[in-house]
Ligand binder design. Sequence first.
Ligand SMILES: C=CC1=C(C)c2cc3[nH]c(cc4nc(cc5[nH]c(cc1n2)c(C)c5CCC(=O)O)C(CCC(=O)O)=C4C)c(C)c3C=C
Ligand SMILES: [Fe+2]
Length: 431
Amino acid sequence: MTESNAASGQPQQDDGASAAAPGTAAPSRRAVLGWGGAGLALGAAAAGGAAAALGGGSDLVSASAAGAAVPFHGEHQAGIASAVQDRLHFAAFDVRTKDRAELVELLKEWTAAARLMTAGLPVGDVHEGLPEAPPTDTGEALGLKASRLTLTVGFGPGLFAKDRFGLEDRRPAALVDLELFPGDNLDPARSGGDLCVQACADDPQVAVHAIRQLARIGFGRVAVRWSQLGFGKTSSTTPDEQTPRNMMGFKDGTRNISGTDKAALDKHVWVGAGDGSDWLTGGSYLVARRIRMNIETWDRTSLREQEDIFGRDKGEGAAVGKSKERDEPFLKAMKPQAHVRLAHPDSNNGATILRRGYSFTDGTDGLGRLDAGLFFLAYQRDVRTGFVPVQRNLAKSDVLNEYIQHVGSAVFAVPPGVRDKDDWWGRALFA
Ligand SMILES: C=CC1=C(C)c2cc3[nH]c(cc4nc(cc5[nH]c(cc1n2)c(C)c5CCC(=O)O)C(CCC(=O)O)=C4C)c(C)c3C=C
Ligand SMILES: [Fe+2]
């Protein structure tokens, strides 16, 4: 059954791995399967059965209050244009196996697990099986709702390296190795990765559980290279909802691509059929940057200067000279090196990206300063005409640079959506 997904504007296959209709109780992992539910081997069937019992329905992506499920199957992966959830656990993996067949098998197993978890189901039973063996699902999400969990997978440049998996001819030209931008202070231990999984959910335990299961399933074949927890989304794809604020206290995401703007998504986010890599049609490219903020310095900066830096006021979020957040910005009214002026498409040959970042606070840094900032995530149709020109402009002269530092960086090709229960992440790439 194909239905239109109101929040993404994209058709989604609802084969049963979706959830309750608006107004009905969303499934919880315990409510659906009980303690004796299906294991991973029964994956698709279990997900289908559970959702069928609940009546399916997919127009619920922004129904956060219901703890709803976001359809897993569709033309595009969920977690890009779909409504941004409250929490993030992002993980980049190194592939350890040298065997292409093992990598393919892993991607199939990951897909089956993702299909279950996004439907609010465990990846296996906790109480059946040998007591001497570890349970298949670690259990910490039992009883929790689907919480709009989305799992979005990406393939890093290393996967396409020569003499690795026979994919060297399939590397898209747009999957560039990012240059070192002025001011970058990148930590290799927080950068790169052969694979990534972006887990977003309204409940942090659901997002963390999902990454943990995938890492556990991948044991021996992949290893987590780095990961990042995020909270307080710093941009939205739902302009009708209140714009979230970042750790600097400013509304962030005012001017972003809306998840219902199909024309803008087709133009700026989804890889098109003629773009050069057929296997990626319907997919996208993801740039991830861990951006540390000098919070203590920022907090000693005057309000006027803070507002000049962004080119918007702190309370309403209106552009300089305007009174409302959504009023069209007049760039020339801003200081020449204001962040918004330099980041705007008009200053970058039209370059437009879909931002989907999160705030982070990872304790203190040993010097009494908060290790906090923005985990910047941006999706685009081509990294060379998306993130790169904007970041070149910002790195050169953005006055915000005095208060931030890019400390982690990664880029991934994000395959199209998993179409149905027989499909799996990366099928077209490995075909
Ligand atoms: C390379 C792209 C960008 C990076 C890196 C980046 C970092 C960054 N941004 C903020 C805070 C805000 N950014 C805002 C707008 C904005 N930022 C980018 C791009 C990058 N930001 C774009 C494309 C835009 C939209 C420009 C436009 O079309 O007007 C805003 C204003 C509100 C909004 O429109 O979202 C804020 C606030 C921080 C704190 C930061 C690094 C830590
Ligand atoms: Fe920005």
